[in-house]
Write a protein that binds this ligand. Sequence first.
Ligand code: ATP
Ligand code: ZN
Length: 284
Amino acid sequence: SKVKAMSAEVVDSNPYSRLMALQRMGIVENYERIRDFSVAIVGIGGVGSVSAEMLTRCGIGRLLLYDYDTVGMTKTDAAVQTLSEINPDVVLESYSLNITTVKGFEVFMESLRRQNPKNSVRDDARSAGVDLVLSCVDNYEARMVVNQACNELNQTWIESGVSEDAVSGHIQLLIPGETACFACAPPLVVASGVDERTLKREGVCAASLPTTMGVVAGLLVQNALKFLLKFGEVSPYLGYNSLKDYFPTMEMKPNPQCSNSACLERQKEYLLAKPVRDALAKAK
Ligand code: ATP
Ligand code: ZN
C-alpha cells in the first residue's frame, strides 16, 4: 500500500533549516508558526497519505487522520507509524471510521472541535480545534459529509480530486459563506476548461497514476501552507490537466439557493459582516 511504501528516514539535528530559509528569504514571515497549526486529513489513500507525509516533513504541529479502510492494520494507524518515524515532533491522531455513518460523523465533528492539547493560548481566538481540513476522499457522499461538517463548524477546507481516468485533478478552496460550498454548484458540470471529469463515479473501476496523485497532493499542500502561513495567493480552484499541462483557475461564488441550510446561514453571516470587513480593509 501507499501508506506502507512511504520511506522512513533519519531526521537530522536541524530538520527545519531549509524550511527556515523561506523566512530568511522573505517568502514567509514566520515559518515557525507551522507548529501551532492543526490540519485534518480525511481519506488516507493516494492523495491523503502523500499530503500527510508532506505536512509532516514541513513540521506541522498536529495532524488528524481519518479513513475507514485497512491495509492489514488500519490505514490511519499505518500512517501514524510511518509519519512518527519521519518526524516525531508532529502530534498525530488516528481516526479509523466512516465519516458518512451517524457514529462516525459524531466522532468526526467532536474531533474537529477539540483543541490541540499542546497549544495553551491561541492568538486568533478561534473556537475551532483545527485550522484547516483537507478532503482527500474518492467519493461524492464523503465529500458532501465533509462539506456538511465544515459548513456547520464554519471551518475552511480544501477539497481535492483525481479523475477516474487518472489524467486530471483539481483542488478547491471552500470558505463557508464566502465561496461556493460543495453543495452550491453541481460538481460534475462546472465549466473548468478541464474536459475530463475530476470526480470518480461510484462503482467504476478507476484508473490510478501515482504521478497525478502526487501532483494533486503537492498542489493541495502548497495551497494549505500558503493559507496557514499567509504567503502568496491561495487558489480558489485549481485544475490540473496532465495531458496538456494545463492548470485552469476560477472563482466560485456561493449559491443563494444552496440546498445546504448551514451554507445559507454562513452566507447570511458573511453578508452581515461586510461593514466590518470594509472597515478593516480601510484601516490597513
Ligand atoms: P489506495 O490508493 O490507498 O488503495 P483508494 O484507491 O481506495 O486508496 P484513494 O482515492 O487513493 O482511494 O483514497 C481515498 C481514501 O478515502 C481511501 O483510503 C478511502 O478509504 C477513504 N475514504 C473514502 N470514503 C471514506 C469515508 N466515508 N470515511 C472515511 N474514509 C473514506
Ligand atoms: Zn452551499
